[in-house]
Design a binder for this molecule. Structure first.
Ligand code: PPE
Length: 306
């Protein structure tokens, strides 16, 4: 996917040149997927670059690390400050921020506890996640033959690198079949989420999104859309979504930091609504864009200047 690298990467407390941000091949993370990460967007606004919900993302990074008994050797404030510093250093007006932590090289074998916890923050320029036309026209998706992580397997409230082995299978299957993305069902057969996005169904003027218990990542964009819908006087419910409710939706869209709000125009080659982004999706996109660009007020205090 097209991206613009930055000059330097923040690695364990200092900025190093992009090419020199390396790890040892025997690092625990390479063999056992022991990492947790975040994805955050920084936008160019009228008042200079501002990061969307930076503290909430950093908090989730700490939550993910806690689940994996991975003590991060920095405070929340220090990581927040380091994200800002890395963005400033990049000189990019808008960018994607990827803070992550992993078990490095120290010992061999599955037990991670003898391996050091390292923290890195990289930033890069990143455009539309599901293709240039996606935000305007919507994307064609399929329901995946892969099931989302079952409870008691990999915990989905943690944004762990290991979870993305499942996401990779979903994504590659979708692309091989000519779709932009796949939607996975949970182990009970209800709708969960995309390989890297949460999902909303609109029907009869009401929004429905799968609940925390449907093996979803509790998305920060998802939470933001729930707030924006509330601001607009729209009803939102978190409830289990059967697969066929996707086909019967008036409107359907993905949410995510990378994907932002991406309309879905078909599922399994069944057209959703009129096959074009619907009025509620458009209204939410406009409200979201207004805040991200700084053109509208930021009533929830989501934008943090860099
Ligand atoms: N579900 C999954 C599985 C997921 O990876 C993401 C974000 C979301 C939901 C939405 O969460 P939030 O960003 O807090 O609204 N996926 C990130 C990684 C994308 C990637 O390809 O890497 C992202 O959007 O940054």
């Amino acid at each position: 996917m097209a991206f613009t690298p930055s000059r330097r990467i923040w690695m364990n407390g200092s900025l190093v040149p992009w090419e020199e941000a390396r790890i040892h091949v025997l690092s625990h993370v390479v063999h056992y997927g022991s990492s947790v990460f975040e994805g955050i967007r920084c936008y160019e606004t009228r008042r200079g670059p501002a990061v969307f919900r930076l503290r909430e993302h950093v908090r989730r990074l700490f939550d993910s690390a806690k689940v994996y008994r991975m003590p991060l050797p920095y405070s929340t404030d220090a990581i927040v400050a380091a994200c800002r510093e890395t963005v400033r250093d990049s000189g990019l007006a808008s960018c994607y921020i990827r803070p992550f932590a992993y078990r490095g090289f120290g010992d061999v074998g599955v037990n991670p506890l003898g391996c050091p916890v390292e923290v890195v923050i990289a930033v890069w320029g990143w455009g539309a996640y599901l293709g240039a036309a996606a935000l305007e026209e919507g994307v064609d998706v399929q329901v995946s033959s892969w099931t989302r992580l079952a409870p008691n397997t990999l915990p989905t409230l943690a944004k762990a690198g290991a979870n993305y082995a499942n996401s990779q299978l979903i994504k590659m299957e979708a692309l091989a079949n000519g779709f932009a993305e796949g939607i996975a069902l949970d182990s009970q057969g209800y709708v969960s989420e995309g390989s890297g996005e949460n999902l909303f169904v609109v029907r009869g003027g009401r929004l429905v999104t799968p609940p925390m218990g449907a093996s979803i990542l509790p998305g920060i964009t998802r939470a933001s859309v729930i707030s924006l819908a509330g601001d607009a006087g729209l009803e939102v419910v978190e409830q289990r979504v059967p697969r066929e409710a996707l086909y019967l939706a008036d409107e359907l869209f993905f949410t995510g930091t990378a994907a932002e709000i991406t309309p879905i125009r078909s599922v399994d080659r069944i057209e959703i609504g009129s096959g074009e982004p619907g009025p509620i999706t458009r209204k939410l996109v406009a409200a979201f864009r207004g805040i991200l660009s700084g053109d509208a007020e930021d009533p929830h205090g989501w934008m943090e200047p860099v």
